[in-house]
Design a protein around this ligand. Sequence first.
Ligand code: Z16
Length: 797
Amino acid sequence: MKDQDITLVTAETLRNEILRHLKLSIGKDPSHASLYDWRMSLSLALRDRVVEPWFASTRKTYEGKHKRVYYLSMEFLIGRLIEDVTINLDVEEIAVQAMADLGQDYYKVVVDEPDAALGNGGLGRLAACFMDSLATLAIPAYGYGIRYEHGLFEQHFEGGQQTESAEGWLAQRHAWEFERPEVTYNIHFGGYVSEENGKSNWNPAETVLASAYDTPIVGWKGQWANTLRLWAAKPVKLFDLESFNRGDYIGANAPERLARTISRVLYPDDTTQDGKELRLKQEYFFTSASIKDLLRRFLAEGNKIEDLHEHVAIQLNDTHPAIAGPELVRLLIDKHDFNIDDAIEMARKCLGYTNHTLLPEALERWPEDLFARILPRHHRIIQMIQDRHLSATGSDIRIIEHGNVKMGELAFIIAHSVNGVSALHSELVKETVFADLHKAYPSRILNQTNGITPRRWLYSCNPALRNLITDTIGSGWAADLERLQNLNAHLDDTGFLQAYAAAKTTNKVRLAKWLKDRNDVTLDTSAMFDVQIKRIHEYKRQHLNILETIALWNEIRDNPTANWTPRVKIFGGKAAPGYVLAKSIIRLINDVAATINNDPVTKHLLQVVYPENYNVSMAEVLIPASDLSEQISTAGKEASGTGNMKLSLNGSPTIGTLDGANVEIRDHVGHENFFLFGLTAAEAQEKRTEHGYSRRAIEASPRLSRVLGQIGAGVFSNGDHHRYSDILHNLYEHDYFLVSCDFDEYFAKQREVDAVYLDVNRWTRMAAANTAGMGWFSADRTIRSYADQIWDAKSVT
Ligand code: Z16
């Protein structure tokens, strides 16, 4: 690929473009412009520079009749875009200069942008990383999702407890999108199915409009741009004038209210599904609009419907869009005269399904009566898909069972490919949730280990390390991350290690300043920054971490003059609003922080900080500053993890279990550069069959018994003995996640971490070896693998 002229821009031209937008798009004079006005003007000027490569990409795709990938996802957790676009267009210095010439601080403008937080966690962020890599690899692709009015809730702590408030990213104009009022589809719900001359007719009861908003996603060096198309729900009829004329002013607004509810808010549960009607409507709403849209594009190009699979690959990001299968079958039958068998076969050739979890509470199932009421025609089509599956395979696995429509089984059966997201997870998919279907379709399950975009998660968020890497191995690594291996030749070079440590210190100082400004806490930047950032969940075991923190505190107090390694324990993450035990864990962390941070005996050695409202932009500050990455989930429960990859890439060795992608990270960075502890997935499963295992483990551990005793005695709750009885009860009586069983080994491994950290050279070498070994985890590698093995899609050169 050769660089296009379009990215050639000077500070002067960019400055003039910003001024033009300030005047003509925002309607402001420079002397009266607010920070918001400057941000809008800069964003619009940058967006202009994406439009040419965007058009060029569309044109090439069309002219070359290239296959397109359609990535269907309920969530796209993209975060901020100014820095992302600037870096991808390679104009950061120019942008800084242009803003300075206008008397503005570019970085102040960057952090004024609200995060686009249209996702809960890993699954949504993965979709965003994939969009970045698809554009970088010049694979023609569309992301399809929902334009939620409110993204993930904002988290606050009140007396240490999580409260939530609505997020409002669209309260301000979203500078990056193009509204497409002409691109709309009618989406139907409810009603009944009638039969006429052997044809089924869906007579829906309700209709809403899906209206498109496009955001261009530009790849590395501006060589290619794809589209993220998000659907907003609007009323078919804006306003009920009849009601209004009757004097019914509330009733007049009813159609509007009903429709807009559908794209109003992102469901805040990551791994539980609550079977609510609105959620099902959201899923069908965006899936149906997306399928109709891709069919329209395909036919508009003069293609024959029989060739659909040659031009279209549809990937289902979890089961949330699994209704795409029956919807495509329905449209092929009703609009294109396919018979049911050919329609199913065609749908299968187009569809792939990615599984992201084994947790039973996360597997989507809909009460059959609800499902049949909202989607009566699809209900019947699913029965037909099931009948054909049963007779073709002799399997007895049903999609509809015990009055439930099971979306995992539907997705598995209607797709030609099913993949897990790490090697271990994919094996467990074969052995557990889909064991029987795997027997019926033995070549269907593949592994595609997750990846992360190195542009956002190293190049952009960690300029100190970025510059050192480029100085050491040359440029070009950001789009060819395996080149980081060239750092291995420098791991015994003292000058390199000193520079590496200096880059880490720069990032720790940046974080310390950020926390000072935000929360007025002071960090000792020579202490080890020990970081656990992710959704709060029992399986991720933040409670294991905080229990170990208490045990360490005890031991420092017992022996305050020993050679302790100073640590700052940093937590970040949100709990689902309805997840009571997770919220209890949050409160415990905050309570422990309040006690420990005020202890004059230990405060210079141990500190706990938990900044509220963890999100993508907070991750961009925390990750480069981390020394130690906590990846301590119960083995067999974390499908992959991607934060584990970001931290290791940024020179933060892992303390972790053999779970998800940790297994592969350890293999890539070297076993000697990874702090392993804990039961394996198989041992964990075995342990659960031993009666009374948790109480026995607690009684066998004086250290853990002491900690649990303190919590029960109210040491961290002003003498309240009951505040944490839920957690304590859970640990003593069930402990499904085996906190008690892994505790001692975790504590011991942490002391090993302490010892290595005191040896600065050894630690820095380990950190640098992590960076050097992580190239394989680029999402570019992941996307190439999907393109080869699942989509049969090619880069356009
Ligand atoms: C999610 O983020 C994930 C799984 C899931 O069922 C629902 C949501 Cl919202 C996560 C997995 O927990 C994580 O291990 C994985 O890395 C990530 O999906 C991307 O695959």
